[in-house]
Structure formats: C-alpha cells, structure tokens
Design a protein around this ligand. Structure first.
Ligand code: UDP
Ligand code: MG
Length: 308
C-alpha cells in the first residue's frame, strides 16, 4: 500500500480536491493507497474538512493528525511519516503543486527496487522574482556547504518502508527533510516534474518565515558557517600581520601618526567580524540548547481515522 503524506496549513479548499485528484490517478492503476493529512495548526477549517473527508471516503484509508499549533512543515512531514502504515510513503504538498501523475512513475521505480525516489523540479513554476532570487541564494549556500544540489530538489519524495523506519528513528528535533534523504543513503533515483500552479489559496510562507527556515535548515544540516569564520579569521590574521609589518617599518622611518584611518578601519572591521562570528556561534549554541531540551517535535491534539 502507498501512504501519501500531506502536510496542510490553512488549506481548507484543497483537502477534498487533493483526495479526488490522487484517487483519479491511482485508481486506474489499481494502486491501493492511504492518505495521512497532518493539520499543522491551521487557523481555518482544514481539520474539519479532513474529518468530513474521512467520514465520506470508503475506498481508501484517511488518517488525520492535528497539531495543537503551527509547528512547521518539517515537523508535519515527520509526524505524517511516523503515522503512515504503507510499504512505501510519499510526501506531497496539499496544494497539488506536486503533480499526482508523477506518482505513477515513482511507484513503478519503487517496484523496480529503488528505495528513495526524489522528485526534482524541471521548472520552478510561478514565483515572484524576490522569492526566486532568495531561493537561488539559499540553495547555492546550502549546495556549497553540503555538496548536494539543492536548487531543483523538493520535498516531493517517495520513500520505501525501510527508509521511513530509519528516518523516524533519527532523534534530532530540527530536521531538514530535503537534505536528509541524501544523508541516509539507500538506492535512489530522481524523477523530474513541473511545479504546478497552486490549486487554491496562496503560499504559506512569509519572507520572515522563509529566512527563518533558510537559517534553520543550514544550521541543522551543516556546521560550515562556523568553519567559514575560522577561515575568515585566518585571512584577517594574514592581513593584520602584513599591516603590522608596514606600521612597524613606518614607525622605524619616523612617520608613524599617519595611520589613523587604518586604525579606525581595522577597529570597525574586526568589531563587525567578531560580532558576526559570535552571532553564528550563538545560533549554533541555540540549536544545541533546543536539542538538549529534548522536547517533542510537535504536540498532537487529535488523531482521526476512517474505517476501511
Ligand atoms: N505547510 C505546512 N506548515 C507550514 C507551512 C506550509 O504544513 O507552516 C504545508 C502547506 O500546507 C503545503 C506545503 O506545506 O501543503 C507547501 O506549502 P506552500 O504551498 O505554502 O509552499 P510553496 O509551495 O509556496 O513553497
Ligand atoms: Mg505550494
């Protein structure tokens, strides 16, 4: 059986249509499926819609998990995967920007023995310029520090039960789903898809949440920024030594007062570098603190399930 995990945040208009679209694609292929909706603390009637759907649907299992507040898409994916019962799971957006038709291709690849089937974006669909540039910057940063091409990657992935079991065993609180499948290993393959238009509503990310997500995912997946600091410090040290020699020579030649501008500049530069570095270290400290508290990834308020 195929489990479809759908994180949903304020998606009341997309719940039913997601079911219909997915069923219309899977039924002709005779692929049995269940849907695991994770309501990520929606402020609208998303969970009511999930409940109604579960009452109505008889030909597939519908599971609805509701969080007590918004915990973010990553937590929703994790919770969805831990409640799924299928032999193979797929994570999809509720807004159907990940085309259900691609499921068939993915499913056949799974049958051929691939354990991770990753959806990669052939095109990124409609996005505004600011978002596009921001995404580019973010992904080039991640790609450089992790060595994984992230610009085209997405959360649209099909995972074999073995992979899911390993994934939900990971104990860290801040997980970055997109990058983790490459960390896990297993036999994997990519499938290209075109990002579709959102079926209804608007994107759930604000600029603020995107920046937070970007920083969060970089720091959860790599410690490279801390190494950049060391590197920066090293270059700055060379610079300082050269400047030191120059100043000494000047002093020896008897015109030492000249360098006032240099002193001010140096002070400003070192000051800002130190502050930036402390900020980065502080960020990692905060992450360690969060992990050490060992709080659950999310708080589940309610779980529903239809009889099937
Ligand atoms: N989502 C979520 N929690 C959040 C934000 C988004 O579960 O805090 C879900 C959302 O309901 C959707 C998916 O994540 O199913 C992708 O979100 P969205 O379509 O807003 O992002 P975009 O496609 O614009 O990147
Ligand atoms: Mg979307």
């Amino acid at each position: 059986m195929l489990s479809i995990i759908l994180p949903a945040y304020n998606e009341e208009d997309n719940i039913e249509s997601a079911y219909h679209k997915i069923r219309d694609v899977l039924a002709p292929e005779k692929i049995a499926f269940e849907m695991v909706f994770v309501n990520d603390g929606s402020k609208d009637d998303t969970f009511e819609k999930i409940r109604n759907l579960a009452d109505k649907v008889k030909d597939a299992k519908i599971i609805g998990v509701s969080f007590s507040r918004n915990f973010g898409k990553e937590s929703a994916i994790f919770t969805g995967l831990s409640h799924a019962t299928g032999d193979v799971c797929v994570v999809m957006d509720c807004d159907m920007q990940h085309p259900p038709e691609t499921l068939i291709e993915m499913y056949h690849l799974w049958e051929k023995g691939y354990k991770i089937i990753e959806g990669v974006k052939r095109s990124r669909g409609k996005e505004n310029i600011l978002y596009k540039e921001f995404a580019k910057l973010f992904y080039s940063l991640i790609s450089k520090s992790t060595g994984i091409d992230m610009y085209r990657s997405s959360d649209f992935k099909m995972l074999d039960r073995a992979v899911v079991d390993e994934y939900i065993k990971l104990s860290e609180r801040n997980i970055f789903f997109r990058a983790l499948s490459s960390w896990l290993g297993f036999k994997s393959v990519t499938v290209e898809f075109d990002v579709q238009e959102r079926s209804s509503g608007s994107t759930k990310w604000s600029m603020h949440s995107l920046v937070r997500y970007a920083i969060g995912s970089i720091t959860s997946f790599t410690t490279a920024p801390m190494q950049w600091i060391t590197l920066l410090g090293f270059f700055f040290f060379i610079f300082a030594v050269l400047l030191g020699i120059q100043s000494l020579v000047k002093w020896g030649m008897g015109h030492a007062l000249e360098g006032f501008t240099t002193v001010i500049l140096l002070l400003l530069i070192t000051g800002s570098l130190i502050m930036m570095s402390l900020g980065i270290i502080g960020y990692y400290l905060a992450r360690i603190y969060e992990e050490i508290k060992g709080r659950p990834r999310s708080v589940i308020e309610e779980i529903i399930e239809n009889e099937k």
